[in-house]
Ligand binder design. Structure first.
Ligand SMILES: Nc1ncnc2c1ncn2[C@@H]1O[C@H](COP(=O)(O)OP(=O)(O)OP(=O)(O)O)[C@@H](O)[C@H]1O
Length: 259
């Protein structure tokens, strides 16, 4: 059996907005090929943590270390901004809750996917077209939509397109902020199935922020629960959800009735 390997470690990360302590002394490990769920109520600090890990926000304190494709540990406080941006284009991806924030709405669906390939130096038009068709198919969008603007897509399709745009550069680590939020329940279910199958077939490592316990139960190997900027419980998903120890987790779990 393959031994699970750490891919990303976060140690004692804190982030304040003025006097608001949004993340307080957060530490965890993400393992390669696994999905780590971050759950908690609105305002608990989940999105701030994700953005801090992605380098979109500066942090007051903490260390973020990542094992790159060459199996070299990178200390995010030490690497340059251009190196971090390059990682975001190649090894990492970010899926926004609102697909409009992750897509360019004024260019076609195909161009949304193709420009990410061009960003990393792919120039062969035929190859780009082929990759666009492949990734549209992977996210269950018919190729005839390739030359349409995302503005003509439904919310679920836009989210699937955003996922294709992220996946085309074959990232190893994807940060997702409420990827199914704001979608109808039936569209959510279809997207969750798709995400589950992509995570398995592409062996992706994912940090997934959600307030929905059902989403982590379906997708995450491990999870932690945040409250007021702190981790109150951390462990394997089944263990935490079937036998929650912290009163706050017990409250979250009991609020989600499972038939
Ligand atoms: N740009 C900002 N400026 C000031 N305070 C902020 C900012 N963004 C978030 N906060 C505050 O930081 C705390 C954590 O917010 P954050 O958005 O990270 O929580 P969350 O768990 O992701 O919530 P939600 O599920 O609603 O997105 C909250 O008290 C919030 O009001």
């Amino acid at each position: 059996m393959n031994k699970i390997k750490p891919l990303l470690t976060v140690d004692n990360l804190s982030k304040n907005y003025g006097s608001t302590q949004a993340c307080n002394d957060i530490s965890f490990t993400l393992y390669s090929g696994q999905v780590l769920g971050i759950v908690g109520e609105s305002g608990s600090g989940k999105s701030t943590l994700l953005k801090a890990i992605a380098g979109f926000l500066s942090i007051e304190q903490g260390k973020i270390n990542y094992l790159n494709r060459q199996e070299k540990w990178l200390d995010f406080q030490q690497i340059s901004e251009s190196h971090r941006r390059q990682l975001m284009r190649t090894e990492w991806g970010f899926v926004q809750q609102n697909p409009r924030d992750g897509l360019r709405m004024n260019i076609t669906a195909g161009a949304n996917i193709g420009e990410r390939l061009m960003d990393i130096g792919v120039r062969n038009y035929g190859k780009i077209r082929q990759e666009i068709a492949y990734w549209l198919e992977q996210v269950e969008i018919d190729c005839r939509w390739m030359d349409e603007l995302p503005t003509t897509f439904s919310g679920g399709m836009q989210q699937r397109l955003q996922i294709a745009r992220v996946l085309v550069t074959q990232p190893r680590l994807i940060l997702m902020d409420e990827p199914t939020g704001g979608l109808d329940v039936s569209v959510q279910a279809r997207l969750l199935d798709l995400l589950r199958s992509l995570v398995r077939t592409l062996n992706l490592s994912v940090i997934l922020v959600t307030h929905d316990i059902g989403v982590v139960r379906l997708l995450a190997h491990r999870l932690f629960v945040m409250k007021n900027g702190k981790i109150v419980e951390y462990g394997l998903t089944d263990q935490v959800l079937d036998d929650p120890q912290h009163p706050y987790t017990q409250q979250l779990v009991s609020a989600t009735l499972i038939p």
